[in-house]
Design a protein around this ligand. Sequence first.
Ligand SMILES: NC(=O)c1ccc[n+]([C@@H]2O[C@H](COP(=O)([O-])OP(=O)(O)OC[C@H]3O[C@@H](n4cnc5c(N)ncnc54)[C@H](O)[C@@H]3O)[C@@H](O)[C@H]2O)c1
Ligand SMILES: [Zn+2]
Ligand SMILES: [Zn+2]
Length: 365
Amino acid sequence: MSNTVTAGVFRPGTGLALEELNVAAPGPGLVEVELRATGVCHSDLHVLDGAWPAESPLVMGHEGAGVVRRIGKGVDQVTPGTHVVLSWFAPCRRCRNCAAGKAWLCTGTTALANTLPDGGSPFTDSSGARVDPYLGLGTFSGTVVVPESALVPVPEEIPFSVGALMGCSVTTGVGAVLNTATVRPGESAVVFGCGGVGLAVVMGLSLVGAGPIVAVDLSEERLERAREFGATVTLNPRTDDVAAVLQERFSGVDYAFEAIGNPGVISTLGSVLAPGGAAVLVGMTAVGATATIDPFDLADQGKRILGCNYGSSVAAVDVPRLARLFLDGKLPLDRLISSERPLGELSAAVEELRAGEGLRSVLVP
Ligand SMILES: NC(=O)c1ccc[n+]([C@@H]2O[C@H](COP(=O)([O-])OP(=O)(O)OC[C@H]3O[C@@H](n4cnc5c(N)ncnc54)[C@H](O)[C@@H]3O)[C@@H](O)[C@H]2O)c1
Ligand SMILES: [Zn+2]
Ligand SMILES: [Zn+2]
């Protein structure tokens, strides 16, 4: 039996609106999840703002957590009632990178094509036309049907709102520190952009005992949060010459995390690094954007550029680890959430993200 749900749908040309959709019952290998919380991430905004052009109507949203309701044939890792985090990078579990334990580089996933593994979608609109799930999930919906490999069971003590953030921003930000960069105690770092992703980078740096931890943002409110989460120095490009301060006070830093997706900022990263340092590209630019590097400086000073997709995370490994760190009080992930509101307030939550107000908004479908 199918379900009727209210969902946040983006249609190229007309934009984002709430619609009533039909969600098909879970077929083989698929799982129906009742969504209890979903975050609004800048990677949704990139689609809404046209930086990442969409060709088909999409149920937006890719940071979610909920409860398994029904399972399709062949599903054996979750049962109805299991609390789960939804990972937007459902790995195929068969390609060379999955076999090598690098699921974040999976070449067989259909998530990036916004479909289920068989190329289909569980969502149809009132006219019976197909609506695709963004990143294979479409979490701005009361119910989703997703591949089993997109789900990670988590303890019931994890609040759904925190679980939702583990679906993207937290796994990406903390993973950028632990997995992509493998920062060690006492190494120095700067984080450009203190939204949901950048603040998770700051928390990760604090967790591993990095220092100094410099946070950079245009918003004083977000810089204050960064200090609460472990930043030892905060800089605002509106008033500070960030590159000059980093070179003069610290002789450059070991790691420069970019968590905005701004080509202009990315072009400055090389100049803030100490010899041997690494720039970590976490923020995503518009498709086709380019940034400049100083190749002589990179070669001469042994500096590196690291791309960071999904915090180089394997959700099945990293999400349970993040859940334990949260339950042990070592990652105050609940403090990333500035508001919890009904899905009906989706437009207001998107506007807040666009304006850089508050921290992470979580919607309850
Ligand atoms: N690599 C990945 O797998 C991955 C995963 C999730 C998100 N992302 C990307 O990470 C980026 C951040 O996502 P988010 O949800 O945290 O976004 P966000 O909008 O919540 O945060 C961006 C922050 O950057 C700040 N900022 C903007 N311009 C700035 C500037 N010139 N200098 C300093 N600060 C500036 C804003 O004030 C804001 O606090 C996005 O590009 C998103 O697409 C990447
Ligand atoms: Zn995201
Ligand atoms: Zn794969």
